[in-house]
Write a protein that binds this ligand. Structure first.
Ligand code: F6P
Length: 550
């Protein structure tokens, strides 16, 4: 029981029932489960939009899924979901609404925050972005010397970088190939240096993306970029207006920086950074793929929003994926979750999900301020197959850890590949299907022996199997499909946060780092005595200063 009289999550009957069920289930063998239920490979599947989801290779039975849904009901996941969609301030520690779903709502939708319909504002910004993107793409928007823009450099970090950078990669095949977008995030000056060293400043547009416009990395890089530009253009301040635009919620800071607020694309405090690339933060992406493709992507998001909002628990995909994560993390001891896309275009997808998931659900205190007694968000990791197969898959197959994994693949290669490269796609996807099969069903000692393997090598070549995977398959990686995928993960993360009773929308842990870095800097630059610096850090700073010859 909590101090406020509410039953602790891990003491609820639904949680206890799951713990008991886990004991009774013992080590579920997927070979046996499939033998007993030959239709499992089609029965344990769902569809949402263009996505086909196979969850048959999970260590669950009908009873497991029912008990998990009962936990979701007991923790009122759908109640919190409805409150989110209604615009209630469910981000309680920051007293904010959580309305990224409004960013992709249709023009005629009505979603109110404090009695005001936010949808017209969303579409006004989208229209302004579209007009600007079209001007850049057509060459009508020129730099200070009248040249058209050839390279866009997005400067931002966290949600103001990972989303557009991931989506630009994902939708490369849909981009205007005459325009290039680069992304600078790291305060390490080499990031900006490498991004601009071969660029012509007269043909470069900087997009400064920062919700708060106070983030030190972004403001520092933006200031250096301005210096780089002005140095090349003879110090003419007027050039800034043609080469810098801002994406922010903070008009005052944007103006202070010297960017004309007419060239600012706004969003709102009810959009979390890691949920923001479908807002103005996606401007670089919109310039790359064009407004129509961007809107297709938003429609994909909206399709899954509507599914999450209305589908019954039994067929609600984000709910299912969230519950499977709870099953592994809280009842089977999994610490991490791998996301393994079999598309090179999704090379940044898992890095994007790391922020989405780990910044949202990396919390040890619940919404009521109590320390939780259960595991919360997993470590999310992964890279595109098949590269991972030749690196860390060994550990997934034969290591000692339970690592549930999502395999994401597509039936069609992108249209612009030539025939020879298109032919490689079947090989890629053969790996995709072979891996999930091997992970689930392994290879028994008898099967190994039947191959004539000497007895002493049999244990080494035996694969136990029972490594759980979800397969997500779509025809093609289109803008809409990307939106569907991202919304799926957003809502999965939501489901888990709701069950764990944590605030998935704040990030106080990151805020601490920001404050501390500012405090420590004078110790590095001036050798200042920073109060509160511990003995180890003080000694390290001294060595650093010595190495820098200070
Ligand atoms: O990493 C912490 C964080 O606050 C993220 O949530 C956010 O996406 C990022 O910093 C960047 O913040 P801003 O967009 O305000 O510069």
């Amino acid at each position: 029981m909590n101090a406020d009289g509410r039953t602790r999550l891990d003491q609820t009957p639904e949680w206890t029932a799951l713990a008991k069920h886990r004991e009774e289930l013992g080590n579920l063998r997927l070979r046996e489960v499939f033998a007993a239920h030959p239709d499992r490979g089609t029965a344990y599947t769902l569809r949402v939009g263009d996505l086909y989801i196979d969850y048959s290779k999970h260590l669950v039975t009908d009873d497991t899924l029912r008990l998990l849904r009962e936990l979701a009901a007991a923790t009122d996941v759908f109640g919190l979901r409805d409150a989110m969609f209604r615009g209630e301030r469910i981000n309680t520690t920051e007293d904010r609404a959580v309305l990224h779903t409004a960013l992709r709502a249709p023009r005629d939708a009505v979603i109110e925050v404090d009695g005001e319909n936010v949808v017209p504002g969303v579409h006004a910004v989208l229209d302004k972005m579209a007009a600007f993107a079209d001007r850049v793409r057509s060459g009508e928007w020129t730099g200070h010397t009248g040249k058209r823009i050839r390279t866009v450099v997005n400067i931002g970090i966290g949600g103001s970088d990972l989303g557009p950078a991931m989506a630009y990669e994902a939708l490369r095949a849909f981009t205007d190939r005459d325009l290039t977008v680069r992304f600078v995030s790291n305060v390490d000056g080499s990031d900006l240096h490498e991004a601009v060293r071969d660029l012509d400043p007269t043909e470069t547009l900087f997009i400064i993306a920062s919700k708060t416009f106070t983030t030190i990395e972004t403001v520092t890089n933006a200031t250096s970029a301005r210096t780089w530009l002005l140095d090349a253009l003879g110090g003419e301040e007027a050039a800034v207006a043609r080469h810098f635009v801002a994406l922010s919620t903070n008009a005052e800071k944007v103006a202070d920086f010297g960017i004309d607020t007419a060239n600012m694309f706004e969003f709102w405090d009810w959009v979390g950074g890691r949920y923001s690339y479908d807002s103005a933060i996606g401007l670089s992406l919109m310039i790359a793929v064009g407004p129509d493709r961007f809107r297709e992507m938003l429609d994909g998001f909206h399709l899954v929003d509507e599914h999450f909002r209305t589908a019954p628990a039994e067929s609600n995909v984000p709910l299912l994926l969230g519950l499977l994560g709870v099953w592994y993390g809280n009842f089977l001891g999994a610490q991490s979750h791998a996301v393994l896309p079999y598309s090179h275009y999704l090379s940044k997808f898992t890095a994007y999900l790391q922020q989405l998931d780990m910044e949202s659900n990396g919390k040890y205190v619940d919404r009521d301020g109590h320390e939780v007694r259960w595991q919360t968000g997993p470590v999310v990791w992964g890279t595109p197959g098949t590269n991972g197969q030749h690196a860390y898959y060994q550990l997934i197959h034969q290591g000692t850890k339970l690592i549930p994994a999502d395999f994401i693949g597509f039936a069609e290669p992108v249209a612009e590949l030539g025939d020879e490269l298109k032919a490689q796609h079947d090989l890629l996807m053969a790996n995709f299907f072979a891996q999930t099969q091997a992970l689930a069903f392994g290879k028994t000692p008898d099967e190994v022996r039947a191959e004539g393997v000497p007895e002493e090598l049999v244990p080494h070549k035996t694969f136990k199997g029972d490594h759980p995977t979800t397969t997500i398959l779509a025809r093609e990686l289109t803008p809409s499909v990307l939106g569907q995928l991202v919304a799926l993960y957003e809502h999965k993360v939501f489901v888990q946060g709701a069950i764990w009773n944590i605030d998935s929308f704040d990030q106080w842990g990151v805020e601490l780092g920001k404050v501390l870095a500012k405090r420590v800097e004078p110790a590095l630059t001036e050798g200042a005595d920073v109060p509160g610096l511990d003995a180890s850090s003080r000694a390290l700073v001294a060595v650093y200063r010595e190495l820098r010859g200070r």
